[in-house]
Design a protein around this ligand. Sequence first.
Ligand code: HEC
Length: 146
Amino acid sequence: MKLIAGVSAAVLALLVLMQFVPYGKNHENPPVAGEPAWDTPRTRELFFAACKDCHSNETTWPWYASIAPVSWLVYHDVEEGRSEFNVSRWGQGKQEADEAAKMVRKGKMPPRYYLPAHPEARLGDTDERDLIRGLVATFGEEEDDD
Ligand code: HEC
């Protein structure tokens, strides 16, 4: 019993200490510098439902994104997602946009772990088909044979 109490106290102390780590606390969204010429408003709507938290500067930061260690994971995802493909920085620098349709088709995006807390990003078959078609029409598609 004493051991359990000791371990619980240590875990609690660690969780409290984690909150003082400065990483991941900045939830300011940079301004939108440009957007792609979406093929239809529908494509944009589906993208904003399923992808924008990590691939735009219009991220909705949930409350748990302020609590370490979840905050570190969320922040890392947004940073990495934006660095590869950011629709709010369209026309600035290299983007992996021509991979977008493939990522959805293969079920890699949106990431599975993101879905339980974001039911709006769970696309039904029709929505998914529309999004894939819209991503190809807007961004084109990279040739590859895998
Ligand atoms: C929870 C955050 C998150 C969401 C939501 C999300 N992504 Fe990503 N995405 C990432 C991260 C992190 C990476 C970089 C790591 C990787 O490739 O897995 C990435 C990488 C990508 C890439 C670059 C592919 C490559 O070559 O690695 C594309 C394209 C992409 N995502 C498209 C999408 C699309 C389209 C959606 C919506 C259907 C989406 N993502 C939703 C986090 C996210």
